[in-house]
Design a binder for this molecule. Structure first.
Ligand SMILES: [Zn+2]
Length: 565
């Protein structure tokens, strides 16, 4: 036990100061990857006064405690990242030091006992120069109860998340109510008699995970449900997308053939499902076919069925996808890939409402609504003789252009958040969301693979991020920062040398790719060989090997682990 009058020593704070960057050119301040603000105290004071007036003191208190809660959480994460090698006690002091560095209070540690194995925690701090006390003194007037709400919320959240056990602090004395000092004591929640009542203050942002567990269950359940009109690709409010959506919704109720034009990965199948689910056929089957995934010689029998004996091997009758979709909707993705015979059969379905199975002479009536999609120009395919002109005019009657993701960048945060929730539920994990820099990088990137690529990127980010941590730029993009790329491009343009000096490297990579292809080396083998070479060269030091490949350590570890498994 420490002598309670003697403050404990604190580690040096340069490592924390180094995390602050002023980016004046872009109007941003960074605290590691968190964008931060310089906000005047008087603005904060007037704001607090208004909140207390509108909400009442008790609700306002919870409100401000949760405000502190969120920054405590971020700083707990920062502590683990910046001080992985310090003793637990020293690393814990990141919180009090960050409080000081944020200009909120000078936290003076009086006593700190931590024993994680015994689940023991006891801490006492004095707070000097609390900004909340100053607000009381200048704007609010003294309160009847302790007034350092944000600071207290921070202390509870920081300690709980740093230690992984629920810690509650109480401010036993406060200058905001006329005491001669602010003094706090922290203990594991259950050691306080009123811990449940106190926990209520964090109901919106629990110190423990119950609420989150529930949310995950709901998200997981939602994932199992059939696609609803609110599925990912229908999230968005960017104008080129909403106008496409409007057109889709208007057309859904009719029975018209629809054509969706858009790049790979723009979510055309989800939109086709939306069309189906909003149409009068919604209770009938929805069948999706990717025409490019079926060999041309099989496409006709796959779509229209086969009659026994039609060809060697056709030993029984098989119904095709069109008959499966009877009375419902069929979605033909990459419709441009249809063989000439299949094109003729499709035209017949559209014009006459009938089809013949391959090898059959009898005609069957078919009532299926067709939604087709392509990412290539059908018009050009017609000119080149690859696609029937009469079929083109038939399916081109109601065409909707789905914009690529790079033309609706404002929707990226929403979509990213949607996928984050989905994969958190799938991997039973709680992340703290994206860092500001990660979000900026998501918006700077060009997304040639569109929503599908975004989804894959977010999935990887969730996998690589530890629970209770924020998803950082490197979790999403490894070492290939889209922000750096964007800056580099600007730089190159300024210097009048748009062609990057990396061209030389690319040639080597191209050569490597060529020789891998020529020697039938699979991507897996290639990756395994590169990982092994990097490990060998760096004496099995994962961090160094990761650096040599331009990966983060977690990304490298993840890849290695997946190899071994
Ligand atoms: Zn106080």
């Amino acid at each position: 036990m420490q002598d309670s009058t003697q403050p404990l020593p604190l580690p040096g704070r340069q490592d924390l100061l180094d995390q602050i960057r002023f980016d004046l050119e872009h109007g941003k301040i960074w605290l590691k990857e968190q964008r931060s603000l310089l906000l005047g105290l008087s603005a904060m004071g007037s704001f607090r006064k208004e909140i207390i007036t509108t909400m009442g003191q008790e609700r306002a208190k919870g409100f401000f405690m949760r405000l502190g809660y969120y920054s405590g959480l971020k700083d707990a994460e920062l502590a683990h990242e910046v001080r992985p090698d310090m003793s637990l006690e020293e690393a814990f002091m990141t919180g009090p030091q960050m409080h000081c560095l944020r200009g909120m209070v000078k936290a003076i540690p009086i006593c700190l006992e931590v024993d994680l194995e015994q689940q023991h925690f006891y801490a006492e701090f004095d707070w000097e120069n609390s900004f909340e006390v100053e607000i009381c003194q200048t704007i609010l007037g003294l309160l009847e109860e302790p007034a350092c709400w944000i600071l207290l919320g921070y202390a509870c959240s920081y300690s709980s998340h740093f230690l992984g056990m629920e810690i509650q602090f109480r401010e036993l004395e406060c200058r905001g109510k006329g005491d001669h000092r602010c003094h706090i004591v922290g203990k594991p929640a259950h050691e306080w008699d009123d811990h449940e009542e106190f926990r209520e203050l964090f109901r919106e942002a629990p110190l423990i995970d119950e609420l989150y567990a529930l949310q995950s269950q709901i998200a997981a359940l939602e994932e199992r449900l059939p696609v609803s009109p609110d599925s990912p690709t229908t999230i968005g409010s960017a104008p080129p997308f909403t106008s496409a959506l409007k057109m889709i919704d208007k057309g859904s109720y009719s029975d018209m053939t629809m054509l969706l034009l858009g790049e790979t990965g723009t979510g055309k199948e989800v939109l086709a499902r939306r069309i189906h689910s909003m149409s009068p056929r919604r209770d009938q089957p929805f069948v999706a076919v990717n025409c490019a995934a079926i060999p041309p010689e099989l496409i006709e029998s796959e779509l229209f069925g086969v009659q026994k004996g039609a060809f060697t091997g056709a030993t029984q009758n098989r119904i095709g996808r069109f008959e499966r979709a009877q009375n419902g909707t069929i979605f033909l993705d990459e419709v441009i890939e249809l063989s000439p015979r299949a094109q003729a059969a499709l035209l017949r379905v559209l014009q006459e409402g009938e089809l013949e199975r391959v090898g059959d002479t009898s005609t069957r009536n078919i009532d299926v609504r067709v939604v087709a999609a392509t990412n290539e120009s059908l018009e050009q395919a017609v000119t080149e003789g690859r696609f029937r002109a009469d079929l083109f005019y038939r399916i081109n009657a109601y065409t909707v252009i789905i914009p690529p993701l790079r033309e609706r960048k404002d929707d990226i945060p929403l979509l990213a958040d949607h996928f984050k929730k989905r994969y958190e539920a799938r991997y039973k994990k709680t992340t703290m969301g994206f860092t500001s820099r990660a979000l900026a990088a998501l918006q700077a990137y060009d997304w040639p693979g569109n929503i599908r690529e975004l989804e894959n990127t977010i999935e990887r980010g969730v996998i690589l991020t530890e629970s209770k941590h924020s998803i950082s730029e490197s979790d999403l993009f490894h070492a290939n920062s889209p922000l750096d790329d964007a800056n580099q491009q600007q730089l190159n343009q300024k210097n009048g040398c748009l062609e990057s000096v990396k061209a030389g490297d690319l040639n080597e990579v191209d050569q490597l790719a060529q020789s891998a292809l020529e020697n039938n080396i699979s991507l897996n083998e290639l990756e395994a060989a590169i990982l092994k070479a990097a490990m060998d060269k760096n004496d099995n030091n994962v961090s160094q090997a990761a650096r040599s490949l331009g990966l983060t350590r977690p990304a490298m570890a993840y890849r290695l682990k997946n190899r071994v498994d």
